[in-house]
Design a binder for this molecule. Structure first.
Ligand code: 5RP
Length: 231
């Protein structure tokens, strides 16, 4: 199966499961990336286009609006019932690296507002320990140099990504970090002055993960009880 077929497969499996639960008053959080785009395709082709959504990026907003799906402002919503998003890496405790597509800050805001975070990935994203994928860190443009220096002292090798985020900031992609304690690393990087967000999603982990495997099946995994936010 091609990578794209795996993305379609996992998005469809998650959609079929969630569709049975959708309520008309629900607000859905929609992440960013090629896997989520497959989920949006499912939403568009279904009878669920009346649902309201909050979006994690300009790219996703444009896509939802083009498909006539209602997008509401994050500030006008008190709770997101389900947030669907992909990831760049997933460890066995459901801690993630996200932000390969540059949308990490809004993604983390929506994840933090969500009652249920459902992550959709193919099995190439599963790792024993986070950090092979460079950790994206969104940084105020005026501070990318001092932040990079501090990340270097923590053992990382930051590289300034070209372009700007939807929020007008820069991204440092940090390789070389061995993220054995994701909570610690998320807090430590977030505490560096000038950092807006780190792409380590450990304090807001998904409760459920759908994983497409190369044999064509989709594995539905529920977080270990200690990490679940809702029953
Ligand atoms: C965007 C993200 C994406 O979820 C992540 O990069 C995975 O993308 P894709 O589904 O295209 O593999 O975090 O900021």
């Amino acid at each position: 199966m091609s990578p794209n077929e795996l993305k379609q497969r996992v998005a469809e499996a998650a959609f079929l499961q969630l569709e049975q639960l959708f309520q008309p008053n629900w607000v859905l959080g929609i992440g960013t990336g090629s896997t989520v785009n497959c989920f949006i395709d499912c939403l568009t082709q279904s009878s669920q286009t009346h649902l309201s959504t909050v979006s994690s990026s300009v790219q996703t907003t444009d896509r939802l609006k083009a498909d006539n799906i209602k997008v509401v402002d994050i500030n006008d919503v008190s709770e997101v019932m389900v947030y669907i998003d992909g990831a760049d890496e997933v460890d066995p405790s459901f801690a993630l690296i996200k932000g390969g597509g540059g949308a990490l800050t809004r993604e983390k805001i929506v994840a933090s507002m969500s009652r249920n975070f459902v992550c959709i990935v193919d099995e190439s994203k599963l790792v024993d320990r986070l950090g092979k994928f460079p950790v994206p860190v969104e940084v105020l443009p005026l501070a990318h140099h001092p932040v990079a220096t501090k990340l270097g002292k923590l053992g990382g090798h930051p590289k300034l990504r070209s372009g700007m985020t939807d929020n007008g900031n820069c991204i440092l992609d940090v390789s070389g970090l061995e993220i054995d304690e994701p909570d610690y690393w998320e807090r430590t990087i977030n505490d560096i002055p000038g950092v807006v967000t780190t792409g380590i999603f450990s304090l807001h982990r998904p409760q459920e993960i759908f994983v497409a495997t190369v044999d064509g099946s989709v594995d539905h995994r529920v977080a270990p009880k200690s990490f679940r936010l809702s029953p």
